[in-house]
Design a protein around this ligand. Structure first.
Ligand SMILES: Cc1cc2nc3c(=O)[nH]c(=O)nc-3n(C[C@H](O)[C@H](O)[C@H](O)COP(=O)(O)OP(=O)(O)OC[C@H]3O[C@@H](n4cnc5c(N)ncnc54)[C@H](O)[C@@H]3O)c2cc1C
Length: 430
């Protein structure tokens, strides 16, 4: 039976990073993964260029960009291994990168560069990697030794790190392994659900928009925030992007409101694009989302002005503020909108402005784990140390996406993988 100081299960972002650091601390490390290919999710991330971190992470206020039952849990790890630390490593390996927008950093060439960097770091630490290697079971033997049955035999270690990620994209190897191990050792779980995922809309209500597939435009999108009849109107004041607590308004009128300014994409099955992916992590079944399709314009004023100055059809007038395909489809919804703007009633114009800047629709569902970029929920942080990622079960650690910490779209999830892996790798006793 081969013995190691650390056995890491999962050769993805968090697992490889943790293994490299632990190995370089002179611990004897084995990484196991049931997939044939290493770090497949890194390979497909960021459209093949891996959005590997985000410069805008505010480590003092992690609740701004991370979802968790305890959003402060990630603060310690994130502040001890920051985006700047990871950028330094990327630079040390000579990987060229660029900032796309909102602090998002991508490899210039390919995500493959990042995988090679992680593998070189493992090599520098003398890490052994067995792949593909299925793990059949984990058990404790004696006081402090773990025995792991694999299809290459049984291996032992005093420390086990679970880095098997979440349930997203099962076709490249995602499993519920981490959750099963957590349950086996009596740890609590926060119910997993798909995050950063396209939302679907079925039935008659979606018919007017079904032909818009492929259309993209910038929008303001929001969910949550039960609107009381006395709440102030949305139009005119764009709240900053942020999390529920940041946006709860005084008097409890629009509590838990979450808003993003991002691009929206119409698809054959519903809506996608960064705006939808971001809001999907906050969306709850049977609740509506609200969209302002012309967020940079005061539509009420613009249409009132056009009424006295323009001879155009309403659809053509609208096409100056939203894409013309959308304008054409939109006016089909109301006979009063299919005429020259000068002939439209004030009421019809007001209705149009309201409908476009406060489009409220209720998704029928989401595209599920086959399309979700992340899994929300996971191992309950109440059963983990925020300093070390060790669980209540001594010697058993959880890092990366398997933990109930989920970031926004934009490099936040990889940064959590690096930071939690670093916290764990540095804490494992020599
Ligand atoms: C399409 C897509 C694009 C993304 N783009 C970005 C991006 O640009 N930026 C960003 O920050 N985040 C992105 N993410 C999210 C990011 O990839 C994950 O949050 C991150 O990979 C999580 O790291 P991890 O190590 O916890 O899990 P993973 O990287 O998923 O690694 C888990 C590993 O565990 C292995 N495993 C699973 N079950 C078992 C088992 N039973 N036995 C053995 N091994 C097992 C898997 O094969 C895998 O290798 C994207 C996700 C997707 C799906």
């Amino acid at each position: 039976m081969q013995d190691f100081d650390v056995i890491v299960i999962g050769a993805g972002a968090a697992g490889l990073f943790c293994a490299g650091i632990a190995g370089q601390r002179r611990l004897r490390v084995l990484v196991l993964d049931h997939s044939e290919k290493v770090a497949e999710k890194v390979r497909i991330s960021g459209g093949g260029r891996a959005n590997f971190t985000n410069r805008d992470i505010d480590v003092r206020q992690p609740h701004k960009h991370f979802l968790s039952e305890n959003p402060n849990f990630c603060r310690s790890a994130l502040s001890r291994y920051t985006p700047a630390d990871f950028i330094e490593l990327v630079q040390k390996h000579g990987i060229a990168f660029h900032e796309k927008h909102k602090g998002q950093l991508f490899c210039d060439r390919s995500a493959e560069d990042l995988i090679q960097m992680l593998l070189r770091e493992c090599e520098a630490g003398g890490v052994q990697r067995w792949q593909p290697c299925a793990v059949k079971g984990v058990r404790v033997s004696g006081e402090s030794t773990y025995e792991i049955d694999t299809d290459r035999g049984t291996v032992t270690s005093r420390t086990v790190v679970i880095a098997t990620g979440g349930l997203s994209i099962p076709k490249i190897g995602a499993t519920d392994f981490g959750y099963r191990i957590a349950r086996q050792f009596g740890l609590r779980l926060v119910e997993p659900r798909p995050g950063l995922v396209p939302l679907t809309f079925d039935g008659d209500g979606w018919v007017p928009y079904a032909n818009l597939a492929g259309l993209a435009l910038p929008v303001q999108i929001e969910t949550g925030g039960h609107v009381s009849p006395h709440a102030p109107p949305l139009r005119g004041s764009l709240p900053p992007e942020g999390t529920p607590s940041a946006l709860g308004r005084p008097g409890g009128k629009r509590k838990n409101l979450v808003t993003f300014h991002e691009d929206l994409l119409f698809t054959h099955r519903g809506l996608s694009g960064p705006a939808i992916l971001q809001i999907s992590s906050y969306w709850r079944d049977d609740t509506p989302i609200r969209l302002n399709l012309a967020p940079d314009v005061n539509l009420t004023e613009a249409l009132a002005r056009a009424k006295v100055t323009s001879r155009k059809l309403l659809a053509n007038e609208l096409a100056s503020v939203v894409p013309s395909r959308l304008a054409d489809a939109w006016v089909q919804q109301d006979a009063d909108w299919q005429r020259p703007v000068a002939e439209a009633t004030d009421k019809a114009l007001a209705r149009l402005a309201e409908r476009l800047s406060r489009w409220e629709i209720t998704p029928t569902g989401c595209e599920g784990y086959k399309k979700a970029e992340v899994t929300l929920g996971g191992v309950d942080t109440r059963d983990l140390s925020s300093q070390t990622m060790e669980s209540k079960q001594a010697g058993l650690y959880f890092i990366g996406e398997v933990v109930d910490v989920t970031g926004w779209l934009g490099g936040y999830n990889f940064q959590w993988a690096w930071s939690s892996a670093h916290a764990c790798a540095c804490a494992i006793p020599l």
